[in-house]
Design a protein around this ligand. Structure first.
Ligand SMILES: [Mg+2]
Length: 166
């Protein structure tokens, strides 16, 4: 009933993902949400994020940030990261997932999406045909409209976890 929202994988953090393994499996493009996926909401890139993207570039990935936030926020995060980005992306609309793949020169077979929200990030990726990894949000303190969504996410994740145990 809720499977349209199910991610392909659910992990504790972006920073525990085995990106080397993804590359060896043929993945060449990575699309990232920013807020609560890479850093706390609204924060600039920290050392951990900068090291991650340096590593991803070394491995050989193309990376693209896609954020529903406006350009100044995305540009500020990207200052020391220097990857491609799409701002004001209107996730879960599929349009900018497709645009991100166009920018990277990848397709649905060799791209993976990483984000922290089921009803925007994961749902949009699924509808665009891109495999998705859901991560636990970095910072638990969030705006009220996100807090409400988290309750609904909890319900879906309950069924998702049950489906994994079947
Ligand atoms: Mg987010």
């Amino acid at each position: 009933m809720f499977d349209r929202f199910y991610p392909d994988r659910y992990v504790a953090s972006t920073y525990v993902i085995d990106f080397e393994k993804l590359y060896s499996e043929g993945v060449r493009g990575l699309i990232f949400d920013i807020d609560n996926t890479l850093v706390p909401h609204g924060a600039p890139a920290d050392e951990r994020a900068e090291e991650l993207f340096a590593r991803l570039k070394r491995i050989g990935f193309n990376c693209c940030l896609i954020s529903n936030n406006q350009e100044p926020r995305v540009r500020m995060f990207n200052k020391n990261i220097q990857v491609d980005y799409v701002y004001n992306a209107h996730k879960p609309s599929t349009k900018n997932y497709v645009k991100a793949m166009e920018i990277m020169g990848t397709g649905t077979a060799d791209t993976v999406f990483i984000g922290d929200q089921l009803f925007t990030d994961v749902w949009g990726a699924k509808r665009a045909g891109i495999p998705s990894i859901l991560v636990k949000p970095i910072h638990p303190k969030e705006e009220i409209q996100i807090v409400l969504k988290r309750y609904l996410e909890k319900i879906v994740l309950h069924f998702y976890k049950k489906s994994l145990n079947r």
